[in-house]
Design a protein around this ligand. Structure first.
Ligand code: FDA
Length: 310
C-alpha cells in the first residue's frame, strides 16, 4: 500500500509540466544512470560493453504514445534503422517496442497502424534472426496488445516475437493461461504504471505472490520465461523452483534494467544463468526515467543530489 502511495506521489509530481521542464533541462546527467545515451551508436556500445560481462542486451528506443500517423511511422522507421545498425555491427537484433509509439489505436487504410508497423518491425527482426518484445503499457492497452501479439505470432512465429504480463493486474494469470496454445515467450514483470485498485493489486505482497505464480505456471507449461525483476528473493525462489522441477537453465532468463543492480546481473551471469539487460536509449527519456524513480524512494534522493551538483 505504501509502495502504491509512493509511486502515485512520484508519478503525479513527475506529470506536472514545470517539474518535467526542470528535470528535462537539468537532469540528463542523472538520467544517464538508467539511459544508455541518446544515439543508436551509444546504445550499441552499451551492448558490447555488457557482453564483456556475459550479459545480453535488449535494445529499447525510448518513446511513448504518439498521436499522429506520421510520427508513428517515423518512430517505426527508427526502430527498423536500429535493427539494421545492430545487424551491421554484429549485435543481435533483440529489441523492445511499445505499440503506442508506433500507432496502436490509430486506424490507417482500415487497419490499426500499430499492428501494421509491428509487422514491419517483427519482419525485419526475423530477417536478421532477431526478436521483438512488445512491452506492456497501461491497462486499457492490454486487450489490444495481446490480440495483436496473437496475430504476430501467427504470422512470424513465437521465436521472433514475445510480450509482457504484469503481475499487479488481477487478469494476468487468466491472460497467461489463454496464451498457452501459442507457447509464447513471455516477460513477467510486476508492473510500472499508475493503475486503479479496480484492476491492479494495491499490496506489494499480493503482487509478489502473483509474480511467482505466473513464472512457475509458465515454466511448468514448458514455455520460455523472461524473469524480469531485481527482487532477489524472487530470483532465489525461481532458482530453487527450476532445480526442484528439473527445468533447464535454457528454459528461462533473468532480465534487469540497465543501470539497476549491475552487481546482481554480473553475479547471475557468472553463475551460468542467461542474463539480459534492458537498454533504453534516445531523446525521449523523461517518462521512462520517471517510472524508474517511482520504483524506489532512494532514487529520488539520487536525482536531487545529482541535479544540485549540476
Ligand atoms: P521491486 O520494485 O519489488 O524491487 C526489488 C528491488 O529491486 C528493490 O528493493 C530495489 O533494491 C531494486 N530496484 C527496483 N527498481 C529499482 C530502480 N528503478 N532503481 C534501483 N533499484 C531498483 N513494466 C511494465 O509495466 N511494462 C513492461 O513492459 C516492463 N518491462 C520491463 C522489462 C525489464 C527487463 C524489467 C526489469 C522491468 C520491466 N518493467 C516493465 C518494470 C517492472 O514492472 C517494475 O516496475 C520494475 O522491474 C521494478 O520492480 P522489481 O520487479 O524489480 O521489484
Amino acid at each position: 500500500m505504501i509502495d502504491q502511495l509512493y509511486r502515485k506521489a512520484v508519478l503525479t509530481v513527475a506529470g506536472q509540466k514545470t517539474i518535467e521542464h526542470v528535470v528535462r533541462s537539468r537532469g540528463w546527467g542523472v538520467a544517464q544512470r538508467f539511459v544508455a545515451g541518446e544515439s543508436v551508436q551509444t546504445a550499441l556500445g552499451a551492448v558490447q560493453e555488457l557482453r564483456r560481462d556475459g550479459i545480453l542486451g535488449n535494445l529499447d528506443l525510448l518513446g511513448e504514445f504518439v498521436a499522429s500517423p506520421d510520427r508513428a511511422n517515423e518512430f517505426a522507421d527508427k526502430v527498423l534503422n536500429l535493427l539494421d545498425e545492430a545487424h551491421a555491427a554484429g549485435v543481435p537484433g533483440y529489441v523492445s517496442v511499445k505499440l503506442s509509439s508506433v500507432g496502436q489505436g490509430q486506424t490507417v487504410a482500415g487497419a490499426d497502424l500499430g499492428l501494421t508497423n509491428a509487422r514491419r518491425i517483427v519482419g525485419r527482426a526475423k530477417q536478421y534472426g532477431g526478436f521483438v518484445c512488445l512491452d506492456m503499457e497501461d491497462h486499457p492497452r492490454v486487450d489490444v496488445t495481446l490480440s495483436q501479439f496473437r496475430t504476430l505470432v501467427g504470422e512470424f512465429g513465437a521465436a521472433h516475437v514475445g510480450t509482457v504480463l504484469q503481475s499487479y493486474l488481477y487478469r494476468s494469470e487468466a491472460d497467461r493461461a489463454a496464451l498457452d496454445d501459442l507457447h509464447p515467450n513471455l516477460r513477467i514483470v510486476k508492473g510500472a504504471y499508475l493503475e486503479p485498485e479496480t484492476v491492479a493489486m494495491p499490496d506489494k505482497a499480493d503482487v509478489d505472490a502473483s509474480y511467482r505464480r505466473l513464472v512457475y505456471a509458465h515454466l511448468s507449461a514448458g514455455n520460455y520465461v523472461n524473469v524480469a525483476t531485481h527482487d532477489e528473493s524472487i530470483i532465489r525462489d525461481v532458482q530453487h523452483y527450476v532445480l526442484a522441477h528439473g527445468i533447464s537453465k535454457d528454459a528461462f532468463e533473468f532480465q534487469m534494467l540497465y543501470g539497476v543492480r549491475r552487481d546482481l546481473q554480473r553475479q547471475l551471469a557468472a553463475e551460468g544463468y542467461r542474463v539480459r539487460a534492458y537498454i533504453p536509449y534516445g531523446r525521449d527519456w523523461y517518462p521512462y526515467f520517471s517510472r524508474r524513480i517511482a520504483e524506489r524512494p532512494a532514487n529520488v534522493m539520487f536525482v536531487l543530489r545529482g541535479m544540485l551538483r549540476g
